[in-house]
Structure formats: structure tokens, C-alpha cells
Ligand binder design. Structure first.
Ligand SMILES: C[S@@+](CC[C@H](N)C(=O)[O-])C[C@H]1O[C@@H](n2cnc3c(N)ncnc32)[C@H](O)[C@@H]1O
Length: 413
């Protein structure tokens, strides 16, 4: 009968763990040991710069020499991973003598403990042993994690930890504002995907990645925010009421937004509405279109020689309009990169205001329409010509406008 290891989770916080050796195996194990709070001593004549830095910061102790008998005194757990089988055997023998569980990197069956492939999903930790085949363990672990993320394995008992929990209604699963990224469903965060997969209610913006709705549980109610009564303030009020109302019914509400919830997304107003109603709310940041849409078109918003700053502004109100709080004259003096969102409609007057403020008329401009989506289109122009060219070529929102020399770094069109 093959011996079956007994699986246990070690609580290592504040406990001495000795690592003998400092090669690749050690670099892979150290982060988890430190994360578990272990008091780690590494014994090795030479270590990587990362381990040296950790020692310098006092996060572990480095003993810069070869292993000696007695080094394991007081340890609860030992990882042996030098490139000398003789030293490994000696350290393992001491561990055996001192009754300390010992992992042997060079000869796993000779150790008294084995390291599983591990993973985490919310509060759930996974540990998989592959019957002596680490590749098999990692594959199974990856598959289980993916199943949890996609909601194929039911983990509905897990809820996001609320950031703004009022304390009075903490039994409520609450609301998560999730940034969906620019549109490609692959550009949401892992956490965002997980939460979409366990939503009871999804309130979805027009520019949020619609393909992600396929991940929602079968019972989920999907509310299309684009179809709610129009008028800017009316729409926001209705959304706030829906968020709070559905959450107070005890359902977990995911508010799926385009890009990042706090970049021109009125996310803070939604947080405030939840807090005011005593509903726990958590924010999952997203990949904002302001940076990612230019990047997908090959345009870096900063560049060591061309742009030491980038400024993101909204162009939804034209220059000179009493509702505008943007100082277009100041932005005209900018030498680096200006990224404009919601600017297609007012592009001609914005370009004129920037030139009036001092920006050269020949400054390169790119407009990226529907970045990351099948209809992605890029127009290259200059400040003096962009108003006419955008109109002539029929550029439509959603589009990100980039002004500055970075536009020329790797033009694609
Ligand atoms: C109301 S703002 C929301 C921005 C969002 N919170 C973010 O961080 O990307 C909407 C504007 O974002 C820009 N935008 C969003 N997704 C885009 C995409 N896939 N392609 C181009 N522009 C996009 C457009 O300028 C659009 O008018």
C-alpha cells in the first residue's frame, strides 16, 4: 500500500522555520512562508538579491554560511534545498532526530513533509498533492481555481469583505462596484470576474464588457443601466435606488462599470448612496480606458524622453461653457501627454482652445475609437486638423483622444 500523506494546514505565525539553501526552490517557497508569518532563517553562503533585501529589511534572518549540525534548534518546520545531496541528507537527519517536519527539495520521498501546489480563492485555500507528480498537482490546482473563479464550483458562502461596513447591517452581502476594463472581457481583474460570477443582481453600464454577462449565475437578475430612464441626474438616482434597494433585499449586487469605477464613472456617488443607506460596499478597481485604450493602439502615455507627465481630462463640456471646470489654457501649456475622454463631440473647440493656450498647432493627436473591441479604429492627425478630420472620417464615441509627441512612438492605423 502506498503511503498516503496526511494533509494539514500549518499555523506558522511567530514560529521558527529554517530554510537550508537558497536556490530556485527556496525563492518559490519563501513568499508563502513569510505570508504565513513564519520567523524564517535562511542558511546559505550565497543568496539572491531578493533574499538579501528581505534580510536587510529584517523580514528574515540570513546566516551566510553552509549548514551545520544544530542549526535546526527550536524550529517547527524545515525546508532543505541546497545543491549538495550530502548537506541535504545531514540536515534531514537532524530534523528527524529533533522531530521537526522536513521538506526535501532534492528527494521528496525522503522528507517527512511534502509541499502541495497551493492556491487561494477568497477565504478558501487549496492544497493539492499530485501523488509524487508536482506538474499534475499544479494542473489540478489551476483547474479548481478556474472553476471557482468561473462559478462552476459553488462557493456562494463566500462574500467580499466590505470596506465601508456600517456595522449595523453587516448580515447583508452588499454591493460591489466593479471596474470592467475597456471592453475586452479579458481585461477585467481576477477579483472582478469572481464577483460577477457570484452576483445575484448585475447592474451593467453600456460601456462595461457585455461578454462578461455570460459568467453570471443562471438566477442572476441583469439590469441594463443604459435602458433606464435617461437624463443624467435621473439615471444616477435610479441606479443608486436600485443598488440600495436590491442590496437591502439581501441580494449581492454587482455594479459592473466600464474602465475604472472612480475615473469619470460616478463611482463615488454610488459608494456614498450605499454608505448612507447602511449597505456594505466594496470597490474593485478596473483598467481605465484612459491608459489602456492608447496602449492597445501602441501609444504609451509616458515616455522617458517625450512625456514625463500625462493628464486625463473630460471633454464632455466644451471650453468656455459655464459648466466647465477644466482650465484649457493651462492644459495648452502642457508639454507631455493629454488624454481626453468623452471629447469627440467637442473636439474642434477643445483643439482650438489648446492651441490658443500655447500648444503647437502641429502637435500630433490620435483618436482611438472602441479600443479593445472588434470595431477598434485609430485616426492620426494634428491639433489644427483633428476637428475637421474626425468629422470627415465619422469618428464616433466611445473614443479616447491622445495629444502629444507619444502619439508618434509607434503609430498604427
Ligand atoms: C463615462 S466615461 C467612463 C470612463 C471609465 N470609467 C474608464 O475608466 O475608462 C466614458 C468614456 O470613456 C472612454 N472609453 C471607455 N471605453 C472605451 C473604449 N473601449 N474605447 C475608447 N474609449 C473608451 C470614452 O472616452 C468614453 O466616452
Amino acid at each position: 500500500v502506498t503511503e498516503q500523506p496526511y494533509l494539514a494546514g500549518l499555523r506558522l505565525s511567530g514560529r521558527r522555520v529554517v530554510v537550508v539553501g537558497a536556490g530556485t526552490v527556496v525563492r518559490r517557497r519563501l513568499p508563502a512562508l513569510l505570508e504565513a508569518g513564519a520567523v524564517v532563517t535562511v542558511i546559505a553562503p550565497e543568496v539572491s538579491p531578493t533574499v538579501e533585501a528581505l534580510a536587510g529589511e529584517g523580514r528574515l534572518t540570513w546566516v551566510p554560511r553552509d549548514y551545520r549540525d544544530g542549526d535546526l534548534d527550536g524550529a517547527w518546520y524545515v525546508v532543505v534545498a541546497t545543491d549538495s545531496p550530502v548537506a541535504n541528507a545531514a540536515a534531514a537527519a537532524e530534523a528527524e532526530r529533533q522531530r521537526i517536519f522536513c521538506v526535501r527539495a532534492d528527494d521528496a520521498p525522503a522528507g517527512t513533509a511534502v509541499t502541495p501546489a497551493t492556491g487561494r480563492h477568497g477565504a478558501v485555500s487549496l492544497a493539492v498533492l499530485g501523488g509524487g507528480d508536482p506538474g499534475r498537482a499544479a494542473t489540478v490546482r489551476d483547474g479548481l481555481l478556474e472553476a471557482l473563479r468561473a462559478g462552476a464550483v459553488d462557493d456562494r458562502a463566500i462574500r467580499p469583505v466590505p470596506e465601508h461596513d456600517s456595522g449595523t447591517t453587516s448580515a447583508l452581502p452588499g454591493v460591489a462596484l466593479v471596474g470592467g476594463g475597456p471592453g475586452d472581457p479579458g481585461l477585467i481583474t481576477v477579483r472582478g470576474r469572481e464577483l460577477v460570477a457570484r452576483a445575484d443582481v448585475l447592474i451593467v453600464d453600456r460601456l462595461a464588457p457585455q461578454a462578461l454577462l455570460a459568467l453570471a449565475p443562471a438566477h442572476a437578475e441583469i439590469i441594463d443601466a443604459a435602458k433606464l430612464p435617461r437624463g443624467r441626474s435621473m439615471l444616477q438616482e435610479t441606479i443608486n435606488e436600485l443598488l440600495v434597494g436590491r442590496a437591502l433585499e439581501g441580494r449581492f449586487v454587482v455594479r459592473l462599470k466600464g474602465g475604472d469605477p472612480f475615473v469619470f464613472g460616478r463611482g463615488s456617488e454610488e459608494v456614498e448612496a450605499c454608505v448612507a443607506a447602511g449597505v456594505p460596499v466594496t470597490v474593485v478597481p478596473g483598467v481605465t480606458s484612459a491608459i489602456s485604450v492608447p496602449a492597445l493602439a501602441g501609444i504609451p502615455v509616458t515616455h522617458r524622453e517625450l512625456a514625463q507627465e500625462f493628464v486625463v481630462a473630460s471633454g464632455h463640456v466644451p471650453p468656455g461653457d459655464p459648466r466647465s471646470s477644466v482650465d484649457w489654457t493651462a492644459l495648452g501649456r502642457l508639454r507631455g501627454t493629454l488624454v481626453l475622454l468623452m471629447a469627440v463631440e467637442n473636439l474642434a473647440s477643445i483643439a482650438t482652445a489648446l492651441v490658443a493656450g500655447g500648444r503647437a498647432a502641429a502637435t500630433p493627436v490620435a483618436i482611438v475609437q472602441e479600443g479593445s473591441l472588434p470595431g477598434e479604429r485609430v485616426l492620426h492627425s494634428t491639433l489644427e486638423a483633428v476637428g475637421d478630420e474626425a468629422r470627415r472620417t465619422g469618428i464616433r464615441p466611445p473614443a479616447v483622444v491622445v495629444v502629444g509627441p507619444v502619439v508618434r512612438v509607434r503609430p498604427r492605423g
